[in-house]
Write a protein that binds this ligand. Sequence first.
Ligand code: SLL
Length: 152
Amino acid sequence: QINCAGVTIVRPIIYGNIATPLPPKKSAETDHTHKWTVSVKGVNGEDISYFIKKVVFKLHETYQNPLRTVESPPFEISETGWGEFELTMKLHFIPESGEKPVTLYHNLRLHPYEDDGSILTSNKGKPVSSFQYDELVFTDPTETMYQILLSN
Ligand code: SLL
């Protein structure tokens, strides 16, 4: 396999979560307070599955089967829960790429915080979202990976 030495290709991604409070009745039955979805996606709806093979989400150990594997888009997990925690998303690339997996860290956010860290009560009931932009950098890609990245 020839490598494209000296070549760097960058692909932007967005990852994070949205969360919505559960209705009080539902919350009373389960002690869960929010429904949330954590996801990794392309920018402006770009499909990233041409170079990402699967994403393994690692949830807090209070969840059953905390390791969740998603093998096709959308690369996301929806759950309900009561607390915030740091989760990881391990991105596995297509085998032709020869790339090692990349781990992203995200603080799952359920509550609308003010800049000073207090919870914004006027926002009660509304969804919150917490996403960040990042760039995946492929240095000296294999020739196949180079072609796949540039033809999509
Ligand atoms: C805390 N550090 O102590 C955090 C941990 C964990 C949240 C929060 C589990 C839901 C379920 C859930 O919401 N865990 O029971 O399935 O606040």
